[in-house]
Design a binder for this molecule. Structure first.
Ligand SMILES: NC(=O)c1ccc[n+]([C@@H]2O[C@H](COP(=O)([O-])OP(=O)(O)OC[C@H]3O[C@@H](n4cnc5c(N)ncnc54)[C@H](O)[C@@H]3O)[C@@H](O)[C@H]2O)c1
Length: 396
């Protein structure tokens, strides 16, 4: 087990009607004037915004509002948000939404607390430990951005080409996360399935490790993955199933707050590659991940077939062929593909609806490596540009 530090200070306020607590929580954390930030008509149409506004007003918290966040959130909007906050004297950012709205809010909070160009932060040219206060109201079970240290932004301010980049620092964990499973009832099927796969992937990226004897982390990870495996189809079949929505929402937060990766080194090659796909083709993050995972898995399985066999048996209920770990592992990869198809998610680039040229594949492979700041992406197996090109071609 490798050394680690683990602190998730985000106060989780979980359950029915908890969005009404936003004003109280902002006050508790010392906010006086908030920016409420979101994207999507559902926030107003479902009455959620009105309930939040009421809660803030009841606590004497002033607020301004800015919507317009799109999936794969844009830096240009973030910059408008920073200007608005400076002009209005905002000292607290309240995100409402999924990963895109929460990340857009985190980026605004970085902009508010620092003087550098935000491009430089996301391109890795500067770093910071300073961020303005943020809280989140989750409306989507997926990224876990409501408790994570990560901020993922699409840089659309540097000419034609968009870059998708992240900045990770502990300061970005929101002060509070309001998680009412009922707020996720309005999610369309695709926005239940794709982020559900992202929950799986956040743990799979940590589970595939070369570190031995991380049994407790394995048990936590496998339990979380079995839960998500069960409840995504359940939520699709019955969108107002409170147990399904509640388990998924909690799983989203726990999958990406570091818990399932304790004591081991995460891989995250698929995330690096998907960010390139997302930047070039503007696809949904979770679907971009499912489109490439089995190609990645088949490319790296020989590093440790036993780990893939364990995944197959303990998560997917595949019968163990004790004589052939790789054969068992491959059946686990097939089981993952079947699960993705059963919830209408792609397992190839073709099914994702994109057909990148060889040049585009090279560009994405180079970008995935560059974003990691070295000559490779991944840790389970270090993937160089040529490896990523190969696995992307295999994913066609
Ligand atoms: N910061 C992190 O830790 C982290 C981790 C993984 C991914 N990400 C990033 O987060 C983004 C993806 O976020 P996401 O998967 O949560 O999706 P999202 O936030 O992009 O939302 C997807 C769509 O669902 C809509 N929506 C959200 N909640 C809804 C509801 N309750 N009812 C109806 N519609 C609703 C949104 O308006 C949007 O159109 C990507 O940019 C991804 O790279 C961030």
């Amino acid at each position: 087990m490798v050394n680690f530090e683990y602190l998730v200070p985000t106060k989780i306020v979980f359950g029915k009607e908890t969005e009404k607590e936003a004003g109280r929580l902002i006050k508790e954390f010392g906010g006086h004037k908030a920016l409420i930030h979101w994207g999507g008509d559902y926030v107003r149409d479902t009455g959620l915004l009105a309930r939040v506004e009421e809660g803030l007003a009841a606590e004497g918290i002033e607020y301004v509002e800015m919507d317009g966040v799109v999936p794969n959130p844009r830096l240009s909007l973030v910059k408008q948000g920073v200007e608005l906050c400076k002009k209005e004297g905002v000292d607290f950012i309240l995100a409402i939404g999924g990963g895109s709205a929460i990340d857009s809010s985190k980026a605004i909070a970085y902009g508010l607390a620092n003087d550098f160009d935000l491009e430089d932060l996301f391109l890795g040219k500067v770093s910071t430990t300073k961020i303005a206060k943020i809280g989140a109201i989750s409306t989507l079970a997926g990224t876990g951005s409501e408790t994570s240290n990560s901020t993922v932004i699409n840089i659309d301010t540097m000419g034609e080409k968009m870059l998708k980049r992240s900045y990770n620092h502990e300061c970005a964990r929101p002060l509070f996360a309001i998680m009412n499973p009922e707020l996720t009832y309005s999610l369309p099927p695709f926005q239940t399935a794709a982020p559900g796969a992202d929950i799986m992937m956040h743990t799979m990226e940590r589970y595939f490790t070369t570190e031995q004897h991380v049994e407790l982390s394995d048990e936590l990870a496998e339990g979380l993955m079995r839960t998500v495996k069960t409840f995504v189809p359940e939520a699709l079949a019955n969108p107002k199933s409170y147990p399904a929505r509640a388990n998924l929402l909690l799983a989203g937060a726990k999958s990406h707050d570091g818990l399932t990766g304790l004591g081991r080194v995460g891989d995250f090659a698929c995330h690096a590659i998907e960010h390139e796909i997302g930047a070039m083709f503007d696809v949904a993050h979770g679907a971009g991940l499912t489109a490439i995972w089995s190609s990645w898995a088949k490319y790296v399985i020989d590093v440790d077939p036993e780990r893939f066999a364990q995944f197959a048996v303990n998560v997917w209920g595949v019968q163990n062929n004790f004589h052939d770990a790789k054969e068992t592992g491959l059946r686990g990869i097939d089981a993952w593909d079947e699960w993705c198809h059963s919830i209408n998610l792609p397992t190839s680039l073709h099914e994702l609806g994109i057909d990148p040229t060889d040049e585009q594949i090279h560009e994405m492979a180079q970008g995935a490596v560059d974003a990691r700041g070295g000559d490779h992406a991944g840790a389970f197996m270090e993937l160089h540009v040529e490896d990523i090109e190969n696995l992307l071609k295999n994913a066609r």
